[in-house]
Design a protein around this ligand. Structure first.
Ligand SMILES: NC(=O)c1ccc[n+]([C@@H]2O[C@H](COP(=O)([O-])OP(=O)(O)OC[C@H]3O[C@@H](n4cnc5c(N)ncnc54)[C@H](O)[C@@H]3O)[C@@H](O)[C@H]2O)c1
Length: 278
């Protein structure tokens, strides 16, 4: 996500300094940004160098609280004035900034993948975020041409991922309970309500079919839906045995050579509204 976000800032005429502890990822990210905008990005030789000169710091580290907190502690040593934005998908900003003396300047800006195609960025402050910092983040993103959604409460997963992962929990529960196989569950999601969602969100849809019918359906279905508060046993078992999905060749589905690239192209073509090549 980091290089995608950097591309968006570079397109908005920001000069971008990138840092990644993995040198191949760093070189690739600089090359990707500069392919769009020559000389817009350069690689730093350390985290200190990258953050000490910055006005805005964007954190796009793996989704681990301790990693994000350690990063923030280091940033606090080198630059206490810049705004720090986290691209977390699921952790509250209050929790990420809990150990920082400069939590007022930490704000969540959740970009969606792929960031150069999906235009929405969700923005949320934590309990100690200065409202003026959140407002400035909104201004910067709006100036980049983004559709900014302000999330009023600092909840895990912003708005989008709370809804998205409620669906994934139920899909995995049905798979685990033998309701259908993985491809069948995905086909129903894609070909039925998945088609409708881009035109009509769930709350408008509830009004559209009538709240009396909505209430009746929920009365039957809610008691039977998964209410698991931990990732499912199926998921635990897969991860423990190294079945990580596309990157390992086996996940909930089987992934053969080229499948991941084809899925990426199909997704991007769909999002861009172009016709997939045969
Ligand atoms: N992938 C998505 O679809 C998506 C969408 C929205 C938000 N996010 C969020 O964005 C963040 C990054 O996700 P991603 O999918 O880009 O992850 P990723 O694993 O692809 O990239 C993380 C990068 O961080 C680098 N890194 C790891 N530890 C480091 C350290 N200590 N110092 C410097 N660099 C380090 C890695 O080398 C890697 O290049 C996560 O918080 C994730 O939840 C991801």
């Amino acid at each position: 996500m980091g290089h995608g976000i950097a591309r968006a800032f570079a397109a908005g005429d920001w000069s971008v300094v990138l840092w990644d502890s993995h040198s191949a990822a760093l070189d690739q990210a600089v090359a990707t940004v500069n392919a769009d905008r020559p000389n817009a990005a350069r690689a730093a030789s350390s985290l200190e160098e990258s953050v000490s000169v910055a006005d805005v710091i964007v954190e796009a580290l793996p989704e681990q609280l301790e990693l994000k907190r350690a990063f923030l502690a280091e940033v606090d040593r080198y630059n206490t004035a810049a705004m720090v934005t986290s691209n977390t998908s699921a952790i509250r900003i209050t929790d990420i900034a809990a150990e920082s003396d400069y939590a007022h300047r930490v704000v969540g800006t959740h970009w969606w993948n792929p960031p150069h195609i999906i235009n929405v960025v969700e923005v949320a402050g934590g309990d100690r975020t200065d409202p003026a910092v959140r407002a400035t983040a909104v201004e910067h993103l709006t100036a980049l041409g983004k559709q900014v959604i302000v999330v009023e409460k600092d909840v895990n997963g912003f708005i989008g991922n709370r809804m998205q992962f409620a669906l994934w929990r139920e899909a995995m529960s049905m798979l685990e309970n033998g309701v259908a196989d993985a491809r069948t569950i995905d086909t129903v999601a894609r070909e039925t309500f998945g088609r409708r969602l881009a035109a009509m969100g769930p709350l408008e849809n509830a009004d559209y079919i009538g709240l009396d019918l909505t209430r009746s359906i929920l009365g039957w279905i809610l008691p039977t839906l998964s209410a698991d508060t931990n990732p499912s046993r199926l998921l635990d078992a897969a991860v423990t045995s190294g079945e990580l999905g596309a990157k390992s060749g086996q996940g909930l589905l089987e992934w053969r050579d080229g499948d991941r690239e084809r899925a990426k192209a199909r997704l991007e073509q769909h999002l861009l509204g172009t016709t997939p090549s045969p």
